[in-house]
Design a protein around this ligand. Structure first.
Ligand code: ATP
Ligand code: MG
Length: 394
């Protein structure tokens, strides 16, 4: 279905047929699903989450939790029965599942856009079609392609086309000799080999686009990754040169436009040492680098996800505070949970924990956003918070 409802009008909360509540659904019950649910509930919607995990962060707080596999026909039928419209919190939802949901309900983003974003080769081709530069790369699906990889791709990074996240499903390949073992390590499936670039910085842009083509954007986020996982995002005036920021925003809007995208989309970029911009990848959903928008902007990325799904107006977000986000990984729970009381004594500290029952190394347990009137105060409290939590200096 193309519009939020058959008539193409907005889906307002609490205005469903027969006096029922309007329920919005989400495929996936992780932290992104949880923050979507929180934004939807705040606006008066009921929510339904489909996730096999009994203790999924979003499932725990949703009105309805359908505990089934993402391809389970019965589970999908229950989601359809409950919901007026359905979104996704992760790109690895099987395409046929989204297609079957989309045949009966408004689904945003659509199956076509998600199919591109869930495959690294397809997304790189999409970027190229948009005229946005990507790192030199080649597709590796066969032994012959392995042998034919050009010399210019080394040293490189071999990445599985699908299902990679937080640096998983990637192996660095120093030279040609390391390629075959790396491919075997990744299971010998469909991969991309891309040139390893010397990065001066990393940044990302989040946009929300409506079915009417209106596209609004957040400011450019500056991101620090550690071990392939986002560690710190900062967003304040002067953090990114304005010309570079304008280029990144324009490229992201073009990527969304050319996908006829509806929903929230994040594009990640590399900044090279000569100051040029290269696109890394995209995520067809709110993004970890946009969590600061909950506390530092007048409308969060999750509220825009709700609005885009429900066909409500998208307004240009206004950042009212300088912001820095620290990801809280399970590592910090060793040997015991951090003492958040001390951190919360800092001005502008906003704690978000996702309700995960078990901490593991590298697992995203929550995040801490620090807000301040300007960069000086922000960095002071952020550095103190990091020190108190045992997060390495940045
Ligand atoms: P996530 O899900 O956290 O975004 P991911 O598993 O999808 O991560 P990528 O975004 O492809 O993986 O890579 C993770 C990080 O590894 C990047 O943010 C960057 O720091 C580094 N990286 C990836 N590709 C390259 C490259 N071609 N050159 C240099 N560094 C790279
Ligand atoms: Mg990434």
């Amino acid at each position: 279905m193309s519009g939020p409802d058959a008539a193409g009008t907005s889906l307002l909360p609490g205005t469903g047929t027969n006096g029922q509540q309007t329920t919005l659904g989400v495929m996936g019950g992780g932290q992104l699903g949880r923050m979507f649910v929180q934004a939807a509930q705040r606006m008066g919607y009921f929510t339904a989450v489909l996730d096999p995990d009994v203790a999924s962060p979003a499932g725990l707080i949703s009105h309805y939790h359908i505990r089934s596999d993402y391809s389970d026909q019965q589970g999908l039928a229950q989601l359809i029965a409950r919901c007026a419209a359905i979104t996704t919190e992760f790109e690895n939802v099987p395409a046929p599942a989204l297609l079957s949901l989309g045949a009966q309900r408004h689904v945003a983003p659509g199956a076509d856009a998600v199919a591109v974003a869930q495959d690294r080769a397809l997304e790189k081709r999409h970027f190229a079609w948009c005229g946005v530069p990507v790192a030199a790369w080649t597709l590796i699906e066969t032994r012959a392609q392995l042998d034919g990889a050009s010399d210019e791709l080394f040293p490189g990074i071999l990445k599985t086309c699908r299902l990679g996240y937080d640096g998983k499903g990637q192996v660095r390949v120093a030279d040609r000799g390391a390629l075959a073992p790396a491919w075997a390590e990744l299971g010998g499936g469909r991969c991309v080999l891309e040139k390893q670039l010397a990065l001066a910085a990393e940044c990302s842009v989040i946009v929300a686009r409506g079915a009417d083509g209106v596209c609004v954007n957040y400011p450019v986020q500056s991101n620090l990754h550690r071990n392939g996982i986002l560690a710190v995002t900062s967003v304040y005036d002067g953090n990114i040169p304005s010309e570079l920021a304008a280029q990144a925003i324009a490229a992201t809007k073009l990527v969304a436009e050319k996908l006829q995208y509806v929903g929230v989309l994040c594009v990640e970029f590399f900044v090279l040492e000569d100051g040029s911009l290269v696109v890394n990848e995209m995520a067809p959903r709110p993004h970890n680098s946009g969590h600061y928008s909950i506390d530092a902007c007048d409308v969060s990325q999750f509220e825009l996800q709700v609005r885009a799904l429900a066909g409500l107006p998208l307004t240009q977000p206004r950042q009212h505070s300088a912001a820095l986000m620290l990801n809280l990984l399970g590592d910090l729970w060793e040997p015991r949970a951090p003492d958040f009381a001390q951190v919360l004594a800092l001005p502008g500290a906003h704690l978000h924990l996702y309700g995960k029952l078990q901490a593991r190394v590298g697992r995203k347990m929550g995040h801490l956003t620090l807000t301040a009137p300007g960069a000086g105060e922000l960095l002071e409290s952020a550095h103190t918070a990091a020190k108190l939590l045992g997060i390495a200096a940045f």
